[in-house]
Design a protein around this ligand. Structure first.
Ligand SMILES: Cc1ncc(C[n+]2csc(CCOP(=O)(O)OP(=O)(O)O)c2C)c(N)n1
Ligand code: SF4
Length: 314
């Protein structure tokens, strides 16, 4: 694994071409470009149905300059497993000499919910691949329905804020923690607002033998009801409020890779998104409090694990 430098990256070809149909300002395309730039070896990509797949592979066109498999909504990980198993067999037979790496993509709907069984199975079988969830917190492609990743209080088309409920009533699922329970060699959370951190994690994951997992916060201006040019600002606010901590778990050891100098209150992230507008009415303040409490609790736990896992300085 070679060292990542901006100079080296600037010389590389972009492997997701422009002209795809993702919305202007969509976080997913920024994430994919960063990932493909970080990959050192040739990669084969699979992707679950969702915005990323639908908007980059409109027949007869493709925006991908790497081999790409469209799986069903529920089985990006199973598809990657099959391709990886075939590669191992062809390598054994001497029919392939080249080193190839495998990346499976899924949105949060295709990962936290409907593709969870295929992800869990592939992680348990130990395939040599990296699964990447671009998490925009809802089923965006089919009209912004709530997923198990949708934050508490968010208005979506299936958890609309109104007289009956003030948005989604449940906390989001912590999938990164659930994936960790599979005891895989490497997993991390990343954000496109910290590209070097994100790309280092991608490089580490691809260089690691066995299953790896990255969960990446992915702003969606349609679903988040936010500014077209807000993706980087919003993903950084997610990090600075510790809604989306940047950390990795390598061989079971936790390391926080970015600690905000000053942890911002969650309101900072909420107020730039129209999907949380109603939370600022006095009668809904309790939801913000509840969310803040959960964030504080999770962050304190993560800090403690980080401290416990750092090598003792001599
Ligand atoms: C089995 C199945 N159920 C439902 C659908 C319809 N469908 C296509 S994309 C999508 C939402 C995808 O959401 P997510 O994975 O979060 O990705 P995003 O669109 O947000 O990028 C749904 C429900 C489908 N293709 N297959
Ligand atoms: S709806 Fe959201 S996730 Fe889908 S392409 Fe548009 S900005 Fe991206």
């Amino acid at each position: 694994m070679s060292k990542l430098t901006l100079k080296e990256l600037s010389k590389q070809e972009e492997l997701l071409s422009g002209g795809h149909r993702l919305c202007a300002g969509c976080g997913a395309s920024i994430i994919v470009r960063q990932i493909l730039l970080a990959a050192e070896d040739p990669v084969v990509v699979t992707s679950a149905t969702g915005c990323l797949e639908v908007a980059t592979t409109i027949f007869p066109y493709t925006a991908w300059k790497v081999p790409f498999f469209h799986s069903a909504f529920e089985n990006s990980a199973a598809t990657a497993s099959g391709v990886e198993a075939m590669y191992q067999s062809l390598k054994k037979q001497g029919k392939i000499k080249e080193k190839i790496k495998f990346i499976a993509f899924g949105g949060d709907g295709g990962t936290y919910d409907i593709g969870f069984q295929s992800l869990s199975g592939a992680l348990e079988r130990g395939h040599d691949f990296t699964y990447i969830c671009y998490d925009n917190g809802a089923y965006m492609n089919t009209g912004i329905q709530r997923s198990s990743s949708t934050p508490i209080g968010a208005a979506t088309t299936t958890s609309p804020a109104g007289k009956v409920v003030p948005g989604k009533m449940q906390h989001r699922k912590n999938l990164t923690k659930i994936v960790e329970a599979h005891n895989i060699p490497y997993l991390a959370q990343a954000s496109p607002s910290k590209p070097m951190d994100l790309m280092k994690k991608v490089r580490k994951a691809l260089a690691t033998e066995g299953p790896c997992f990255l969960n990446i916060v992915s702003p969606c201006n349609r679903g988040w009801r936010s500014a077209l040019d807000g993706a980087i600002r919003e993903s950084q606010l997610a990090v600075d409020t510790c809604f989306w901590p940047l950390y990795e778990v390598e061989e079971g050891k936790v390391k926080i890779t970015f600690k905000p100098k000053e942890k911002k209150p969650i309101e900072e992230w909420l107020k730039v998104q129209g999907r949380f507008k109603h939370l600022f009415k006095p009668e809904n303040g309790w939801i913000i409090e509840k969310m803040q409490k959960r964030i504080d609790h999770d962050w304190e736990k993560l800090l403690a694990r980080h401290e416990a896992d750092q090598p003792v300085k001599e």
